[in-house]
Design a binder for this molecule. Structure first.
Ligand SMILES: Nc1ncnc2c1ncn2[C@@H]1O[C@H](COP(=O)(O)OP(=O)(O)OP(=O)(O)O)[C@@H](O)[C@H]1O
Ligand SMILES: [Mg+2]
Length: 742
């Protein structure tokens, strides 16, 4: 193998577009032969990029001596390894199975009629997979759909629970602690989860603000982003928004590269990617893999899954693992594929795409009765013959701790870390303190919302329309017994509407939720900063919504209390919006689908209204349902605004002559009503005239069963509900975003 023997090349070129062969001359895009391939001239590492903008480490440590960063060309023999040990990720005998219910075939109901039985058996998704991935190389996992590619990537990326995964995973001979792996690695998901209204440059800049330490000045972060934009070939799209279904944005290939960019901004040592090229045309796919090759050559291990690599992509891959039903059917370099299949008795014809041939052959074998067993066995014996030293692991000269420290001092994991004696503390879990994370999250969210004013516009429109409809329906209500009934109806409807309008935010929360999960899985920021930032930035919008609703209804309906009454009415509506949005946020943390989210919110709010005390007052609610009355979010704002309306002791709502309204006697002439009052007075022994006040506001509150909590306490309770749901939201994120398979 021409790889044998390692040459050490040092690179000290300045960062210019010319250093990126892919994006410049077409000559440089020429493919390398994959059998005897010499590595291309080493492209500038991210560390160097940083050094050229004034090295990050100098910033953090005050050490101004430039570090000579060397990139290693790797050989496969231990003896050839240079003294500074490159990273080697080894995995041995990885086995992972899941429990599945057995299907029972129904003999009389034809093919396909199967029932779930209670019999549980285990399905092996990964069967004794071993291999090695090295710094400077791309290891690709290939196989048909369902062969276990994503599962293997997940196993390597520590996304499978420890208890379920058998086998070992080591980096430079040392078992990888999951906390450490999270910090030194990145996982690029198949889906591009990005804020649609941020530009490519902004997206990368926010990622830089999250993942690069505070010790790095803004100027350097910007320079890092610019270097990355060049490295990813995104220069021409830098100022374009990402876009979504409703807004035109960057192309699919560019979006893919942005997704990769945000995860490699801190220059991770190990990079996992699940099908980074899926859905891309061959040129875009090639460009993506070319970028990955450059990342690998800057001193990282790149492990990716790929469906069917083109001839050109294959030339960029260093190691392949072919899987079939969770078994390894080939493991080795692309160059060895022809020998392997020739020895197996199926030589690859000239001019045939090797991977296509291999995948087709594997599929054919899968369809035979013996399956791929013969190929699996042949691979095992072939491996034993070709790599008699496999199992023997090169003893690294450097411990993992020292290797990571050395890597950091070369500018890797741009984290401003110190060479601490404790390995895990040498790499901080989060790049920034809590408050910086909060500011960046808030800034990003506000930038995105500002570019989509229609989202807030729709919410404001819905609130205003509801307010105007209510204002016209309940125009200038009087204080007659009928007017009182109408006021009660207005309050019940208005208070539940504030909650319903919050439900509109579900899709927004859900969209953000996935971005959040991706970002927190690899420690971009703390979950708590997200929850707090998210809560704080929602407040200004809620204030505007509450003022709009309160102002359109308060005077139009003729509510009581003057300016102070209006202020309390506004506060109650604001608190309801706050509690409602917290409730909806919490629900979006547990319900992952938009439609399901709407259904659950609407149903729960309907129950809240039912138990609020409007339809049945508290003293008449059956005892076994009373708990629901107390958890009804609508109860508290309803009671608060009723007290605000009716607590004036000087105000009378029903006078003597109005006692007969809403009764069959309501229709009799007033003179007769006065006579009735006179006779009632003589029977009762009290003087009730036509103008005697028989029901005060207080009386109405008692009739409605509103006697236990004062209006200010109601307000505090609503606000407290809001906080409670935010705290619950935090816990759902904590528990629900583990991102691990069981
Ligand atoms: N929790 C599970 N229970 C049962 N089977 C599972 C489970 N998770 C995965 N599988 C099965 O494991 C196999 C491997 O899945 P995996 O997602 O790794 O395939 P893949 O090679 O990545 O396929 P694709 O190319 O389509 O992405 C599939 O047959 C899948 O149905
Ligand atoms: Mg997959």
């Amino acid at each position: 193998m021409s790889f044998l023997g390692s040459a050490i090349k040092s690179s000290g070129k300045p960062v210019t577009g010319d250093n990126f062969p892919l994006f410049n001359s077409s000559k440089q895009m020429e493919l390398q032969k994959y059998t005897k391939r010499a590595k291309p001239t080493v492209s500038p590492t991210l560390a160097e990029l940083l050094m050229h903008v004034d090295d990050a480490q100098n910033d953090a440590s005050g050490n101004n001596t430039p570090v000579d960063h060397r990139v290693l060309e790797l050989g496969y023999a231990c003896s050839s390894l240079p003294s500074s040990q490159p990273f080697v990720l080894s995995f041995n005998n990885l086995t992972y199975s899941v429990k599945v219910r057995k299907k029972l075939a129904l003999p009389f109901c034809g093919e396909g009629s199967k029932l779930d039985s209670n019999e549980i058996h285990s399905k092996i998704l990964l069967n004794d997979i071993s291999g090695e991935a090295r710094e400077g190389e791309i290891m690709a996992v290939l196989g048909a759909s369902g062969s276990g590619k994503s599962t293997l990537i997940d196993a390597l990326a520590n996304r499978i629970a420890k208890e379920s995964l058998k086998g070992s995973l080591t980096l430079n001979g040392e078992v990888l602690e999951s906390r450490l792996l999270r910090v030194i690695s990145a996982y690029v998901m198949q889906d591009d989860l990005l804020f649609p209204m941020l530009t490519v440059e902004e997206t990368l800049m926010f990622s830089a603000e999250f993942r690069l330490p505070r010790s790095l000045s803004k100027k350097k972060k910007k320079a890092r982003v610019q270097a990355l934009i060049d490295q990813l070939g995104l220069r021409s799209a830098a100022k374009t928004v990402i876009g979504d279904e409703g807004h035109r944005g960057v192309s699919g290939g560019e979006r893919r590269r942005v997704s990769i960019g945000i995860d490699i901004i801190h220059d991770p040592i190990v990079l996992f990617l699940d099908e980074p090229t899926s859905g891309l045309d061959s040129t875009s796919a090639f460009m993506v893999v070319k970028v990955l090759q450059r990342i690998a050559q800057s001193g990282s291990i790149v492990i990716m899954s790929v469906h069917q690599p083109s001839y050109r992509i294959l030339s960029l891959l260093d190691r392949l693992i072919f899987l079939s039903h969770g078994h390894t059917v080939y493991s080795g370099s692309p160059g060895n594929l022809p020998h392997f299949f020739a020895e197996f008795g199926h030589p690859i014809p000239e001019n045939e795409n090797r991977t296509e041939f291999a995948l087709d052959l594997i599929r054919e074998l899968e369809e035979t009765p013996g399956g791929t067993k013969s190929l699996v066995e042949f691979n095992t014996s072939w491996q034993a013959r070709k790599n008699p030293r496999s199992g023997f692991s090169c003893k690294p000269n450097l411990s993992l701790k020292d290797a990571i420290s050395a890597s950091i001092s070369r500018g890797k994991l741009v984290s401003g870390a110190t060479n601490d004696s404790n390995l895990t503390s040498s790499v901080p879990t989060f790049a920034n303190p809590f408050w910086i994370e909060m500011i960046v999250i808030a800034k990003r969210s506000m930038t995105n919302s500002k570019r989509m004013p229609e989202l807030f516009g729709i919410r404001l429109g819905a609130v205003l329309v509801t307010g105007i409809i209510l204002a016209t329906m309940f125009w200038k209500l009087d204080n007659s017994p009928k007017g009182i009934q109408e006021r009660l109806g207005f309050f019940a409807f208005a208070m539940s509407t504030t909650f319903y309008t919050c439900a509109e935010a579900i899709p927004v929360f859900l969209q953000e939720r996935y971005i959040f999960m991706r970002e927190t899985a690899y420690n971009a920021y703390r979950r708590s900063s997200y929850v707090l930032a998210h809560s704080l930035i929602s407040i200004p919008a809620l204030v505007v919504l509450s003022i709009s609703f309160a102002a359109t209804t308060f005077w139009a309906v003729g509510l009581a209390g003057g300016l102070s009454g209006f202020f309390f009415f506004f506060l109650t509506i604001f608190a309801s919006f706050w509690a409602g949005s917290s409730f909806v946020t919490f629900l979006s943390g547990i319900v992952a689908h938009v439609m399901l989210g709407f259904t659950v919110v609407v149903a729960i709010l309907a129950y809240f209204l039912l138990f609020s005390g409007f339809f049945i007052s508290r003293d008449r609610i059956p005892l076994y349902w009373i708990w629901f009355h107390y958890i009804s979010l609508v109860k508290y704002p309803y009671e608060a605004v009723l007290q605000n309306e009716f607590d004036d002791p000087t105000k009378c709502f029903v006078r003597g002559v109005q006692m007969f309204d809403n009764t069959p006697l309501g229709a009799v002439p007033v003179s007769l009503k006065l006579k009735l009052l006179q006779s009632m007075s003589s029977v009762l022994g009290v003087n009730i005239t036509g103008s005697t006040c028989v029901t005060t506001g207080r009386g109405i509150l008692v009739q409605q069963g509103i006697t236990d909590i004062s209006k200010w306490n109601c307000l505090w309770i609503i606000i407290a509900w809001g906080f409670l749901f935010r705290i619950l939201f935090y816990f759902t994120l904590l528990l629900g975003s583990k991102n691990k398979r069981r």
